[in-house]
Design a protein around this ligand. Structure first.
Ligand code: ZN
Length: 140
């Protein structure tokens, strides 16, 4: 199978079967919109002792934005905030077309192709923007 096809399958799978979708009691809430595409995300985070204990999202938008949000929640759940911020940096770098170690990104590498479409980069980074905002908020 061609790698692009595999990546497309990963993205469609997350879009059709989003992981960690829904509400969370308490925690940090971040709502963000991407007006250029109409994507909306509401992210919920529970951070304790410097670790992202739980993360959920709700939203609507294009397949890229929703798949990216789903993939992001899987990548950061249970991870220390330091590592989450590192991953966020690596993901943003990939979206800018910079070379990033694929091992660092894991499944997120499937979104690599989006970096070639400047109009869609905001779709892919929306959930990560929300995440970055959320983990840096004072503890609640
Ligand atoms: Zn979009």
């Amino acid at each position: 199978m061609h790698l692009d096809d595999l990546y497309r399958q990963v993205i469609m799978d997350h879009y059709q079967h989003p992981r960690n979708q829904g509400e969370l009691d308490g925690g940090i809430k971040v709502d963000l919109k991407n007006p250029s595409c109409g994507d909306e995300i509401s992210l919920r985070l529970k951070v304790e002792d410097g670790i992202v204990r739980d993360v959920r999202f709700q939203g609507s938008g294009c397949s890229i934005s929703m798949a990216s949000a789903s993939m992001m929640t899987e990548a950061v759940k249970g991870q220390p905030v330091d590592k989450v911020l590192e991953l966020n940096k690596a993901f943003r770098a990939m979206m800018k077309g910079e070379d990033v170690d694929p091992d660092e990104l894991g499944d997120l590498e499937a979104l690599h192709g989006v970096s070639k479409f400047p109009a869609r980069i905001k779709c892919a980074t929306l959930a990560w923007q929300a995440l970055e905002k959320g983990v840096q908020e004072p503890r609640q």
